[in-house]
Design a protein around this ligand. Structure first.
Ligand SMILES: Cc1cc2nc3c(=O)[nH]c(=O)nc-3n(C[C@H](O)[C@H](O)[C@H](O)COP(=O)(O)OP(=O)(O)OC[C@H]3O[C@@H](n4cnc5c(N)ncnc54)[C@H](O)[C@@H]3O)c2cc1C
Length: 452
């Protein structure tokens, strides 16, 4: 009986499944397996105990939005948001304050994307849920109040304004990502068939005659399993040769502490983002404002053995994080770009020191489509990664879809979207980054003792 037939007969499709990675993909899949097939033994392995400090799924905040140009993600995101809203353990950490999408209006792909996204939002949401801001005055006033005025363009870096038009989707929300991952981890612990092994990373997947048999940890321990799910996010490319189908990129994140007055003044603001500059700013949360930038990003190139042929090596980009390099601070060009944006929309914060910064790693694909598919060459390995900069919001739905994929019953539409393809000329329109090549992080990273 193959997996598809087993699924139709509701029979377990494996005895033991090893999940590498306890982020959004790994935890959501572990729970979906436990709900659908309680007899399958699920072993989740991570470098660290969840919520994993430097995991991409763990952060103070994440956006929960359904504003996509692609109707497939828009629909899926709406369904996921409804599930979060109905989940009393998750919804206590969700704050529905809307999300403002701005752009500079210049004739380029970001303005076109903004227009397409706005049009789709108008077709999916009631008029009362969308606020139109046709000029830079209204964008600024939404943050600071009716009787305020943005700085004149002449006072801005380069003498040019970039926050020139916007719309706000009041349905959008932000969420405490760390707390929700903790909820999912604790939920997994209540399932008798799920166990965790944290502390020693997987060194390699053990393969015999082209079939995965389980994993070997860096500690030397072997763990057997008849199916291995690689859900290791930006770290995945070291465990399986993904031939550049995914590319880990680091994005800059910074936090600014606020006074009590500032917290009161801005507490009801929406998330505010600019598709043309890449800046994303959250409302005050726990006494601080978080900003990040979807810049061209940073890479960290290393050379590792090819997992499919140890006599060969391969060059990959691999996360360099605050866990291994606690002294790191974001590069100077990242700080400058963030402050230039703040000068225009939050002038009083533009020169305020950052409380802390980090580089957050995404496992990006050329089209920002996820990678949920069997390994193209090795039986017994399934892939659930490629979250790019937008997978968090799918936490309540992605696991079921990964199980569908493992069982061979994923819808044709999603199977096509998330399949393993080597090359792609598509654009990352569902989670756009600024144009440009990622810089080598080690050449530009700073030490925090000299910065903050
Ligand atoms: C700055 C930034 C902002 C973002 N904003 C949003 C947003 O607003 N909304 C949204 O929906 N999405 C957002 N995203 C994207 C989202 O966070 C990711 O797509 C998602 O969290 C990826 O989940 P994951 O499970 O693939 O990866 P991770 O959470 O990184 O999980 C992978 C896990 O694998 C473990 N691991 C790695 N190697 C090994 C090994 N060898 N052995 C054992 N364990 C291993 C890691 O420790 C890690 O815990 C953002 C991402 C970034 C970087």
């Amino acid at each position: 009986m193959d997996r598809q037939q087993a699924s139709q007969a509701n029979k377990p499709f494996a005895r033991t499944i090893i999940i590498i990675g306890a982020g959004v993909f790994g935890l959501s899949t572990a729970l979906a397996i436990a709900d659908r097939h309680p007899s399958i033994v699920v072993k989740v392995i991570d470098r660290l105990k969840p919520p994993v400090l430097d995991g991409t799924s763990v952060d103070t905040t994440r956006c929960i939005r359904a504003d996509y140009k692609d109707p497939v993600y828009a629909k899926l995101a709406k369904a996921a948001q409804t599930k979060i809203r109905e989940d009393p353990e998750l919804n206590q950490y969700m704050y529905q304050q809307g999300m403002t999408f701005a752009c500079d209006g210049e004739p380029d792909r970001f303005t076109e994307l903004w227009k397409a996204q706005k049009k789709l939002a108008e077709s999916l949401h009631a008029e009362k849920d969308l606020v139109n801001m046709p000029d830079r005055e209204s964008v600024f006033q939404r943050l600071h109040g009716k009787d305020t005025k943005p700085p004149s363009a002449g006072e801005l870096p380069g003498g040019m304004s970039r926050w020139n038009m916007a719309y706000c989707n009041l349905e959008d929300a932000f969420i405490d990502a760390e707390k929700c991952i903790e909820v999912y981890y604790n939920r997994c612990l209540t399932k008798p068939n799920i166990s965790f092994r944290c502390g020693s990373p997987v060194d390699h997947i053990r393969i015999e005659d082209g079939v995965a048999q389980g994993v070997v940890l860096e500690s030397g321990t072997s763990i057997e399993g008849d199916l291995v799910l690689v859900a290791a996010g930006a770290w995945s490319g070291r465990l399986v040769n993904l031939e550049q189908r995914i590319y880990p990129i680091g994005h800059e994140v910074a936090w600014i502490k606020l006074t009590t007055d500032e917290q009161k003044r801005w507490k009801n603001n929406s998330i505010t983002t600019n598709l043309s500059t890449g800046l994303n700013m959250f409302p005050p949360y726990r006494g601080e404002i978080k900003i990040l930038r979807r810049s061209p990003g940073y890479k960290n190139t290393i050379v590792v053995p090819d997992p499919e042929d140890q006599s060969k090596t391969m060059k990959i980009s691999y996360p360099r994080t605050i866990v291994d390099n606690p002294g790191d601070a974001i590069p100077l060009d990242a700080e400058k770009a963030m402050r230039e944006n703040l000068k225009e929309i939050m002038p009083s914060l533009a020169d305020r020191p950052f409380d802390r910064t980090k580089i957050c790693w995404i496992c990006t694909t050329p089209t920002a489509d996820f990678l949920v598919a069997p390994h193209p060459r090795i039986a017994g390995i399934h892939l659930a990664t490629g979250g790019s900069a937008h997978a968090w919001k799918f936490l309540p739905v992605i696991g079921d879809l990964v199980v569908d994929s493992m069982e061979g019953v994923l819808s044709a539409e999603l199977e096509e979207k998330w399949r393993y393809v080597r090359g792609s000329t598509g654009r990352d329109e569902n989670a756009p980054r600024m144009d440009g090549e990622p810089e080598e992080l080690r050449d530009v990273v700073r030490n925090k003792s000299s910065v903050l």
